[in-house]
Design a protein around this ligand. Structure first.
Ligand SMILES: [Zn+2]
Length: 305
């Protein structure tokens, strides 16, 4: 049973202003990195509105639709833009995660990697931010709970930035455990260890700039023990690769093998608690060679573990 890989060419049409780090070339680098691998390649479908509504109110969706430019760009905040193709790209990102959840829960595959853009983990309930429009991974978690009837899901976020959006969307959801490691201080500024969610189901792991792979492993090992105790029926990953030493936006100084180690540890945990079911979703990662190498190591571990 081959691992699933979901993407869509329309995700390249979320065209970025000159010099913006969240660029279409990121997806092309991912595509090249995975080109030689045996994967079950599928197109990410457009999300149904009902799925977006699992996490965002109608008024917010309408506000994004109204802001869509006919040409050029519209800015939703200082670094979150809309191009003419952005809405369809964002709906592919949400749809890709939902389709991956559906396929893994239908036993069509044990593992899936969704490589779409824009990313999603900074998008709050009614606020686009940090390059993100809709909270794709949180919507996937809600779909697993509410559409498929799972009892518990875990969302594990190792992007270098705090997943403030996912935290916001899942804050009051006792059936979803959210764990985020991130550099602190850094954008967006949230993610203190004292932020634990309405039901104590959120675990934040702030890491110091320059702390490296050793500190990451020391933080994640006990966190994964807590995830195991939560007994999720499905694990979703917010897979950002901007903690890499070569990334221009941050300074956690992880190496490619650190992403492989963490992915392997998550897969081993999934094997013990949820039949190995993991849906991984691309978030950040802005140095193209580091992104390509790290994604290849991540997907390789997802395939073999
Ligand atoms: Zn990031």
């Amino acid at each position: 049973m081959a691992m699933l890989y979901l993407t869509h060419a329309e995700c390249l049409e979320h065209r970025e202003p000159d010099g913006h780090p969240e660029q279409a070339a990121r997806l092309l680098a991912v595509e090249r990195a995975l080109a030689g691998m045996a994967l079950d390649r599928r197109e990410a479908p457009l999300a149904a509105r009902d799925d977006v509504l699992r996490c965002h109110p109608e008024g917010y969706i309408a506000r994004v639709e109204r802001a869509m430019p006919a040409a050029g760009w519209a800015m939703l905040d200082g670094d979150t833009y809309l191009a003419p193709g952005s809405l369809r790209a964002a709906l592919r990102a949400v749809g890709g995660v939902c389709a991956a959840v559906d396929a893994v829960l239908a036993d069509e595959a044990r593992r899936a990697f969704v490589a779409c853009r824009p990313p999603g983990h900074h998008a709050e309930t009614a606020r686009a931010m940090g390059f993100c429009l809709f909270g794709s991974v949180a919507i996937g978690a809600k779909r697993a709970l509410d559409h498929h009837g799972l009892s518990r899901v875990a969302v594990l976020d190792f992007d270098v930035h705090h997943g403030n959006g996912t935290q916001d969307l899942l804050w009051d959801e006792p059936r979803a455990m959210f764990v985020s490691s991130h550099q602190m201080p850094l954008y967006p500024g949230s993610g203190l260890a004292s932020e634990v969610g309405a039901h104590g189901q959120i675990l934040n792991l702030p890491l110091r700039s320059g702390s490296g792979g050793g500190a990451m492993r020391a933080a994640w090992q006990p966190a994964l023990d807590r995830v195991a105790a939560f007994r999720p029926d499905l694990i979703l990953i917010s897979a950002g690769f901007d903690a890499h030493a070569d990334d221009p936006l941050a300074g956690l100084e992880w190496e490619t093998q650190d992403f492989a180690w963490l992915t392997g540890a998550i897969c081993k945990l999934a094997d013990t608690c949820c039949g190995g079911r993991v849906v991984s979703v691309l978030e950040g990662g802005y140095d193209l060679p580091a992104l390509a190498a790290s994604v290849a190591a991540h997907v390789d571990k997802l395939r073999e573990e």
